[in-house]
Write a protein of this length. Sequence first.
Lengths: 319, 327
Amino acid sequence: MTDRPDHIPWFRKMLEIRLFEEKVQELFMAGLIEGTTHLCQGQEAVPVGAVAAMHADDVLTNTYRGHGEALARGMDAEAAFAELMGRSSGCCGGVGGSMHLTDFSKGNVGANAIVGAGLPIALGCAMAFKLREEPRVALTFFGDGATNIGTFHESLNMAAVWKAPIVFVITNNLYGEYSPLRSTTPIEDLARRADPFGIPGVVVDGQDVDIVYDNTLSAIERARSGGGATLLEMKTYRYRGHSRADPAKYRPDGELEAWKARDPIDILGGRLASEGQLSAEEQQNLRKEVSAEIDAAADRAAAAPPPTFEEIQSYVYAG
Amino acid sequence: MPVRTYIEAIRETLREEMRRDASVIVLGEDVGKKGGVFLATDGLYDEFGEGRVIDTPLTESLIIGASIGVSVNGLRPVPEIQFADFIFPAFNQIVSEAARMRYRSNGTFSCPMTIRAPFGGGVHGALYHSQSVEAFFTHVPGLKVVVPSTPYDARGLLRSSIRDDDPVLFFEHKKLYRSVRGEVPDSDYSVPLGRANITRPGTQVTIVAYGLMAHYALEAAELVEADGISAEVIDVRTLRPLDTETLLDSVKKTGKAVIVYEDNRFGGYGAEIAALLAEEAFDYLDGPVTRVAGPEVPGVPYSHGLEDWFMVDPDRIAEAVRRLAAY
Ligand SMILES: Cc1ncc(C[n+]2csc(CCOP(=O)(O)OP(=O)(O)O)c2C)c(N)n1
Ligand SMILES: [Mg+2]
């Protein structure tokens, strides 16, 4: 186990995402965040494990359920909160809000609220890397529901033809909005959707950050060394409804509890405790520390001014 | 007379049309068991079953393409695009296929479908849940485009759209869904397509609007009344085919026109009305045809203050009316 990366930062990052989204709920109630939000609580091992396998100059696209990837990729919680509160110090200057956390400086090419829109964009990034012979890889994160839209199939096909350095990451949380996967999709294991394109498709336990990391790392290394694309299916679950408006009543009894019994933070926490790396007490302290940081980040974000329209108008054209 | 919200009027009309005509079906993302994200189709699945209220996978091009296929086979689909912002994956099917079906088949086939989509800003939806998309479609011969602003019209126009033999885009302003109530008779009335409505008579300035802006135009007319200005308000209701007669008659009378739309100004739907007035009412105009519309940014911004800046409001309309009245 000694060759494994240090897990404590992963644990901390998963906590950060969990508590960030707790705080989002609170700020919403307080009227500081408007519109809607899509939380990834329960899914934290996917962004943390997958992003940990990326190099600093690799890139990603993701979705409106994108707080996890943004924070995992190193976006400052304050910049994220500020965006959710519509402040000029937000990562998109307050123009985007919760669904659109983007940070080009961290290779985060954009969270997208149009389902399926991010896949070809990530493929284009991968094509650019290949054309310029740069040893870089693109990851694209999207949901199970997105595997039914045309751009998914179009992108896998082109990626396979081009042997493009890309990893397709399905975050299969079993639901697309209010519809269970089985009601819209004829197969259970979405990894099989790689088969027609002749690229590997791998089913991954998305609750275990180690397994997520290992599988993503193999796919990324394969892509970087010229082996082409991989489709990863992370099996996971969102604890909350689709968005704020959704109390998630469509879930069968016991389903949420069963998934919570395999909570990604608990799984890694248990491992760290049993390996003697971080005791239960130390974990509690860490949680308090992260929680205080989150509160402070939110306070700083709230103190920032809103953007002006002169500012945003200057972003429409180059000059 | 019963009072209904805008969304109730839509829901009830869908139900009645489905009861009346077995060829009417509904399809879209989460329109069945869930009843739609705005609950526009709530209860239809229970009453009509999964054969007539179809939950589709997440794929707009299929929703419209399949609607074309069933409509040329005698059904009358009412597909829902969950937000107008998501209509673009289906743009090709609507513009290149549905709009041309009658034309390219020498009138043999038609697509009697009504594509329902909520549009518009003012609800903090930000970049991808706030757009006005009507101008993309009003440009296209073969399509009809309808934007009701009241529960009465929502019901009457939805009826006409579903019974119409051509493809209709039926855009519902999402901010009106629950904020607007009005009297809706239980009768089988309909509001004909292609007919604008004078919602407030006046003599000095004509304000032309639709959707949420039709309400703001009325508020603006109230505001300028205090300054002694008499404004006539026209709710366009059907953007294509356009009721040119009502518009021209009004502007010939008042000599002045303010055209209001929520979308960004350049190339927006209001430009067509401005062109119409310039071409056909030139001799009657006593001032420049004026547009009040959104700013030139590619998407409604999220930040509250910026969204307010984007959205046309009654004050801004009133200001334009005052300026024009004084011209
Ligand atoms: C093109 C498009 N169509 C529809 C929607 C509305 N919508 C938003 S999320 C969603 C379900 C997506 O499910 P999934 O891909 O599984 O992602 P999850 O929300 O579970 O993360 C739908 C239908 C959209 N945003 N974009
Ligand atoms: Mg999903």
